[in-house]
Write a protein that binds this ligand. Structure first.
Ligand code: THU
Length: 144
């Protein structure tokens, strides 16, 4: 586990911005990119992928985590998220939805995991997962 100051924040944000370009968003036109950092310092990216039937839509965060988990990586220490209406200029911080917070929780220590929401690599905020999802329910509650 690396220390907070060792997390490659700018690289994560740039990776998320690159992934955002791939967003498939014909219904909302709201493009999101995410980049997750494994405990082993690998980066997996994802974008949101919408669907004509709406509910099958998958968020960028869950795309990134699904890619990593399906490749065998199950422990994460940070995620960067970049989201906003179609266009290169991001004018808002896009926070993860409740479902994504819970999915991150499955594979993260809430007191250590860092959520970075960014407008660009020089304009971002960071939070512990436990700030965004307090008093959470996780695998330890079942696997006692
Ligand atoms: N979206 C994400 O990708 N991540 C979030 O955490 C919130 C919402 C996507 C889903 C949908 O494609 C679009 O943003 C508008 O809700």
């Amino acid at each position: 586990m690396v220390r907070m100051e060792d997390i490659p924040v700018k690289e994560l944000i740039c990776s998320a911005m690159e992934a955002r370009k791939k967003a498939y968003v014909p219904y909302s036109d709201y493009m999101v990119g995410a980049a997750v950092l494994t405990n082993e310092l690998r980066i997996y990216t994802g974008c949101n992928i919408e669907n004509a039937s709406y509910t099958p839509t998958i968020c960028a965060e869950r795309t990134a985590i699904s890619k990593a988990v399906s490749e065998g990586w199950r422990r994460f220490q940070a995620i960067a998220i970049v989201g906003g209406p179609r266009g290169d200029k991001i004018t808002q911080y896009a926070f993860p939805c409740g479902v994504c917070r819970q999915v991150i929780r499955e594979f993260a220590d809430p007191d250590r995991f860092i959520v970075i929401v960014a407008k660009d690599e020089n304009d971002y905020r960071q939070y512990r997962l436990s700030e965004l999802l307090p008093e959470s329910f996780g695998p330890e509650n079942i696997n006692v």
